[in-house]
Design a protein around this ligand. Structure first.
Ligand code: GMT
Length: 373
């Protein structure tokens, strides 16, 4: 049965926006009518499809407002779209503010639209500890018709931190396997001044403190004493300046390349030999799955949902948070042993299809939607 589904997410760069957008695109391909209700065009919404519509939320600033009421404008736009498009489902990504806005919008619209909320991480692992928001998060979760979390770790943490009276379904993240695959981008190595015999290590993030990019640099420093390698840092964010200072201090300027924000990540992954994801908070770690799809084994920390994606000894290794000695030893052993690397790379390539196949994941969301029809 084809459904009319509204989707709200943060449209800027970030895994939750990526998942919401890719889910909308795949649902549209399966014949559902998808209505994105967001403040800006989601950055991955790069397709023209007759089943995809975009409704922009705009907020007017009046001198009487100290703060422009974005949440109210969002709820109002949601209510307008629920009524006009006769939505069956409103699927929101993040409890704050989106689930709360959706509940308000449902009341405004006065219809029986069902609200599905997906928790992505920071809404629980950071905001959940903020006493000014915790009641609103619990309300958003409990009043949603269904709630999903992107990992078992996040489900457990939500139970601990929020203690909401609500069943939470775990639906892991996925990637578009048609996009993330090993491609021939060998020319990039020369363009980036990387010698043929140099190993390429990659880190991709939004350079927030929780990503512990300094641990990536310190681990790389140790690795670079043992083998010829370059580190690619992809992304941008608040920690960049501090990381640049650390790189200077460690004299690593000629071995570390800052590539900034990049599209077509599959090309960069395809020249990489190893990904480092050393976060102190990470509910899933979508970039690890993207890298694996392109044949890149990953080393991650024993944090949150990372061990659900990086399976220790199978498609990479799990190390203790902050233990740059253990991380660099693991990396060196892997990068120096071709046979071992080939095995882990093959397992990594198979991981998305084997455990996180996009069609299976989309079907799980559809089952939740259909359970209300
Ligand atoms: O990692 C970030 O800082 C971005 C954040 C987001 O809001 O997009 O990512 C979260 O959601 C992703 C998609 O579900 C997960 O893969 C990330 O692990 C999660 N980030 C954190 O938990 C810190």
């Amino acid at each position: 049965m084809s459904l009319r589904i509204g989707i709200t997410c943060y449209p800027t760069v970030g895994g939750s926006g990526v998942i919401a957008t890719e889910l909308g695109k795949l649902l549209a391909e399966k014949g559902h009518k998808i209505h994105f209700i967001t403040s800006n065009m989601p950055f991955r919404l790069d397709v023209l499809h007759p089943n995809i519509h975009f409704h922009q939320v705009s907020v007017n600033q009046y001198s009487v407002f100290q703060y422009a009421p974005y949440d109210i404008a969002l709820a109002s736009k949601m209510a307008e779209v629920i009524k006009r498009e006769n939505l069956d489902i409103l699927h929101v990504h993040y409890a704050i503010p989106h689930a709360v806005c959706a509940i308000l919008a449902k009341q405004m619209a006065g219809t029986n639209v069902k609200i599905v909320t997906t928790l992505h991480g920071t809404d629980i692992t950071v905001l959940g500890y903020d006493s000014t928001l915790v009641e609103a998060i619990r309300f958003g979760i409990e009043k949603s018709d269904a709630v999903t979390a992107v990992s078992y770790a996040l489900k457990e943490q939500t139970a601990e931190v929020i203690a909401a009276d609500k069943e939470i379904h775990v639906i892991h993240n996925f990637i578009d396997e048609r996009v993330y695959r090993k491609v021939n981008s060998h020319h990039l190595k020369a363009e980036l001044d990387i010698e043929a015999d140099e190993k390429v290590i990659i880190h991709v993030s939004n350079f927030r403190k929780v990503k512990r990019v300094e641990d990536v640099v310190k681990s790389f420093h140790k690795i670079s004493h043992k083998l010829r390698a370059k580190l690619l840092l992809v992304g941008d964010g608040p920690e960049k300046n501090r990381i640049c200072q650390l790189i200077k201090k460690l004299n690593l300027d000629d071995k570390i390349l800052f590539l900034g924000r990049q599209d077509q990540l599959e090309k960069i992954y395809s020249i990489s030999d190893l990904m480092l994801l050393l976060s102190e908070k990470e509910s899933f770690g979508l970039v690890a799955l993207e890298a694996m799809a392109c044949g890149v084994p990953c080393i991650g920390t024993n944090i949150g949902g990372i061990p659900e994606v990086i399976m220790d000894g199978h498609n990479g290794y799990i190390c203790e948070l902050g233990n740059t000695e253990e991380i660099s030893n693991r990396a060196i052993k892997l990068l120096e042993n071709n046979e071992l690397w080939e095995q882990l790379s093959a397992n990594a390539t198979a991981t998305p299809k084997q455990y996180f196949h996009s069609q299976n994941i989309v079907t799980k969301y559809e089952e939740i939607y259909q359970s209300f029809m």
